[in-house]
Design a protein around this ligand. Structure first.
Ligand SMILES: [Zn+2]
Length: 121
């Protein structure tokens, strides 16, 4: 068999941020070993199980599997604040602006914008 024709495994993309709360806060399914006390993996779309010491794709993504009514979710106590792994800073989700803001309240990312503007280089 020709090795060059084999389908390569999809490359894992490193996460640049994670939610401030662990996956169970968002009702994301736990590990197949029964551990629901998981954390965010360093890889996008993956969760980390400390018991099994493995990254895995959860069976379901909890509240992220459906459309999220943000105001309702907030009333239920869900928090979408996130931790920026590059800057090591907390980014607060502002419910009034539907956007991420930094510690000074300055807009970081507007989730209602159609597409992110290209950064000048
Ligand atoms: Zn496990």
């Amino acid at each position: 068999m020709n090795q060059a024709t084999a389908t390569p495994a999809p490359a894992l993309k490193l996460r640049t941020w994670c939610y401030a709360y662990p996956p169970r806060h968002y009702e994301i399914s736990g590990c197949s070993c029964g551990n629901h006390d998981t954390t965010w993996s360093e890889f996008e779309r993956h969760i980390w199980c400390q018991k099994c010491e493995k990254d895995f794709i959860p069976e379901h993504a909890g509240v992220f599997d459906g459309p999220i009514a943000i105001q309702t979710a907030a009333m239920l106590g869900l928090c979408f604040d996130r931790f920026n792994l590059q800057t090591q800073k907390l980014e607060r989700f502002d419910l009034d602006q539907l956007a991420y803001v930094n510690e000074q309240g300055k807009l970081i990312e507007d989730l209602t914008a159609p597409a992110p503007a290209a950064e000048p280089t």
